[in-house]
Design a protein around this ligand. Sequence first.
Ligand SMILES: CC(C)(COP(=O)([O-])OP(=O)([O-])OC[C@H]1O[C@@H](n2cnc3c(N)ncnc32)[C@H](O)[C@@H]1OP(=O)([O-])[O-])[C@@H](O)C(=O)NCCC(=O)NCCSC(=O)C[C@@](C)(O)CC(=O)[O-]
Length: 352
Amino acid sequence: MAARSRMRLFSALRGLSTRRFATESRLTSDHVRIVEVGPRDGLQNEKKSISKETKIQLIERLANTGVTTIEAGSFVPAKWVPQMASTAEICEHLLTSPPLSQHAITYNYLVPNVRGLENLVKIMEGTGVPAESAGSASKPATTTEVSLFAAATEAFSKANTNCTVAESLERIKPIVALAKTKNIRVRGYVSVALGCPYEGPEVNPSKVADITATLLEMGADEVSVADTTGMGTAPRTMELLQTLKAAGIANTDLALHFHDTYGQALVNTIVSLEHGVRIFDSSVGGLGGCPYSKGATGNVATEDLIHTVHSLGMHTGINLEEMSRIGSWISEVLGRENASRAGKATLARLSE
Ligand SMILES: CC(C)(COP(=O)([O-])OP(=O)([O-])OC[C@H]1O[C@@H](n2cnc3c(N)ncnc32)[C@H](O)[C@@H]1OP(=O)([O-])[O-])[C@@H](O)C(=O)NCCC(=O)NCCSC(=O)C[C@@](C)(O)CC(=O)[O-]
């Protein structure tokens, strides 16, 4: 790490660890919004078939932790991602019988093309539930949102979407336009922003900034910049954030999506927090992986992210103990190791 980067990182960590914020308001700069991606990004690569009922139970339990955005599935061809084949039924269930929760929740669905969005809209129109539902005494307010995705490298774009980066952006344009006519909020993703399984770790940050800016110009409400392979390091995360800022991209339009393959997700999160980013993606129990990235582990675990954010005197509105129970439960259901250290430690403390 260059000396100047090292100094900047240490002063960032010092600044955050001593900072305490006075107010509890969700709108202040010490509130971090966590987007729970476990039911979609986390489960999509699981080989073992997971029942629709288990997925619904996972989403319902997550809705009661205080988390406000949940990725619930994706409208993709089953031959590309078989695990997401039950998304239409899950979506219909969440629209007609949303889990009771104390607060409004946004349910997000990934759509790779117009066809995917049309399938979602058909379900919404069939149930008569609008994209922004105000809720009632018996039903919490819900929002339906979509995610669409582009990649920062040509090789990954080809593997994940069977087209070039430019073609994928052309494919996205009409999706955003249709979503806007239906009042559906749009989230963009830029994959492999800090490392590509085919092209290596040196992904050009200016390319990431260009794609992010293009998605926002098209009408995306927020863009999640993803370290799909977990190759990101603190200095390169800082360089990427500075490049995004120089390109005029506001932190309020930005989310960061870290995978934890090299154990750097929380380090990179702290760098991003210090830079002013306040939206982060994570998956309960650290679920996930990437079929195109050998050895890639899951997203940073939601429990670990909550623990880190709270340790800095910032808040998430999420109950860490309940999130830890869910991480342990779903790991057991899937027969995989619970990847959250904070989750396991929290449960061990509770059982004392
Ligand atoms: C983009 C395509 C569709 C192109 O895939 P394609 O094969 O080039 O598409 P196509 O237009 O030739 O269609 C192929 C078949 O799928 C059907 N089809 C077409 N569209 C749909 C649809 N929406 N729903 C249902 N069926 C559909 C279509 O009708 C046809 O059926 P057939 O004639 O063979 O019977 C494909 O490449 C695809 O779905 N890719 C997405 C794969 C995926 O979901 N990857 C994971 C998400 S990205 C990710 O996880 C990263 C992220 C976001 O989490 C952040 C990070 O990087 O960490």
